[in-house]
Design a protein around this ligand. Structure first.
Ligand SMILES: [Zn+2]
Length: 423
């Protein structure tokens, strides 16, 4: 592939960024940050407006979720690129380690500045709507934690592949084997470390309620799954209710105490049965295999294109080459991966029914989750394609379908729907 011509153009732009005066650079950096803050302010206004009109925390939070996912996150991704180029000048003087520090730190620092600023902008509105009492420090702590978990592995992968490509390894075959193995090893190691540290990071403690422990252990035994260690995470201040399973070597189940406090034991059992389903079907491992498969796919496509160029003597146009390489990969890693996630959620829900939990209990457990988190139960079709979980309404429908049980929704919004169904 000929990178030369385009490479020159890119280099021209980069040179311009490098010789730019410091004050212009600072103005541009501030501008990039400000764009994100203004967007945050706009989102705050939109969310307040929904709440003022509907008085529904669910609808307001749905607006916030949608704007967060499709607007603020996208804007962050768009603005991070020029940000990295603008600050690159201060790192390149330190050679290889400077570049690695840039790749590892810049996205993280920018994300901190943007999200803590946006938190300050939206926090009062959010707390008013959801009546949460979480301290500012705690909120910042969870922002830092999520950012580290999301950005660190990507940064480490890029840094290591930079080390390999610039390193002293001369053997080309060894180099290419290392470049495909690195991301795989980083991901597996990262997963293991996270599962070890996660309970500490979220300040989770061993589950206290003896009766609940017995009930849940019995559930693991019935499922034929090795008992996982059970934790409870303090979330009453921030009012989040959920249960998750981490780690594919030594699995741990973490339940938020806000859910424990507000749900009946049999509802908690239903939600944990869903997590046991994930363990029973090795869903975490399957996700890893899927992601690694995607990486190998890109790598092989690259090899194939190189092979084609060498044997046919034709050069593949660089834009076309990148399209062939990246478009399927991005689709595979986004829409495709999310499809796998939602498919696994449905299988875990089916497992709940198969193991003998009453469908009614599972449905009330799900509705309680939605209510405690101020989540709407329905989602637009297109929106749902970009989520890790199907909407609660869809999950309930699925449970009704496989169990033959019909739940009578008392929710106002669903009344019409229900009348039709009862005929
Ligand atoms: Zn799940």
């Amino acid at each position: 592939m000929s990178f030369d011509k385009r490479g020159m153009k890119v280099k021209g732009v980069l040179d311009a960024v490098f010789i730019m005066s410091d004050w212009l650079r600072i103005i541009l950096i501030v501008l990039l940050i400000l764009i994100n803050y203004i967007a945050g302010y706009y989102v705050k206004r939109a969310v307040s407006k929904v709440y003022d009109i509907t008085k529904s925390p669910e609808k307001a939070m749905d607006k916030l979720r949608i704007y967060n996912q499709y607007f603020l996150t996208v804007l962050y991704i768009i603005t991070i690129v020029p940000f990295v180029f603008l600050i690159a000048k201060y790192f390149v003087n330190f050679g290889k380690f400077g570049r690695i520090a840039l790749v590892m730190c810049a996205p993280f620092v920018f994300l901190m500045i943007v999200s803590i600023g946006q938190l300050l902008i939206i926090n009062k509105t959010y707390k008013k709507i959801r009546q949460t009492t979480e301290s500012f420090n705690e909120q910042v702590r969870s922002i830092v934690l999520t950012s580290v978990l999301v950005i660190m592995p990507i940064g480490i992968m890029i840094a290591i592949s930079m080390l390999i490509s610039e390193g002293s390894v001369d053997n080309e075959t060894l180099k290419s084997i290392m470049s495909i193995l690195t991301p795989i090893i980083v991901m597996v190691v990262f997963n293991i470390i996270i599962s070890l540290l996660y309970p500490k990071l979220v300040k989770a403690d061993d589950l206290k309620d003896e009766r609940l422990i017995m009930m849940l252990n019995e559930l693991f035994d019935r499922a034929g799954v090795k008992r996982a260690r059970l934790y409870q995470q303090p979330t009453k201040d921030k009012k989040t209710a959920n249960a998750i399973v981490v780690g594919f070597v030594k699995p741990k189940v973490i339940i938020s105490d806000y859910y424990i406090e507000n749900a009946e034991p049999n509802e908690i059992e239903a939600i944990i049965a869903h997590e046991v389903g994930h363990l029973k079907f090795h869903h975490i491992t399957k996700r890893l295999v899927y992601i690694i498969g995607g990486m190998c796919g890109v790598y092989l496509t690259g090899l194939l294109m190189e092979w084609y160029e060498n044997y046919s003597g034709n050069e593949i146009n660089i834009i076309l080459g990148l399209l062939i390489l990246l478009v399927p990969f991005i689709l595979y890693m986004s829409v495709g991966l999310l499809m796998l996630y939602r498919n696994q959620e449905q299988k875990a829900d089916k497992f709940v029914i198969d193991i003998g939990i009453s469908p009614e209990v599972m449905i009330t457990a799900l509705l309680k989750l939605a209510k405690l988190n101020h989540m709407t139960t329905r989602m637009k079709k297109m929106d749902e394609r970009f989520q890790t979980h199907p909407s609660i309404a869809k999950r309930i429908k699925h449970i009704e379908k496989i169990s033959g049980y019909e739940y009578e929704m008392l929710d106002e919004k669903n009344n019409k729907n229900n009348k039709n169904r009862r005929r």
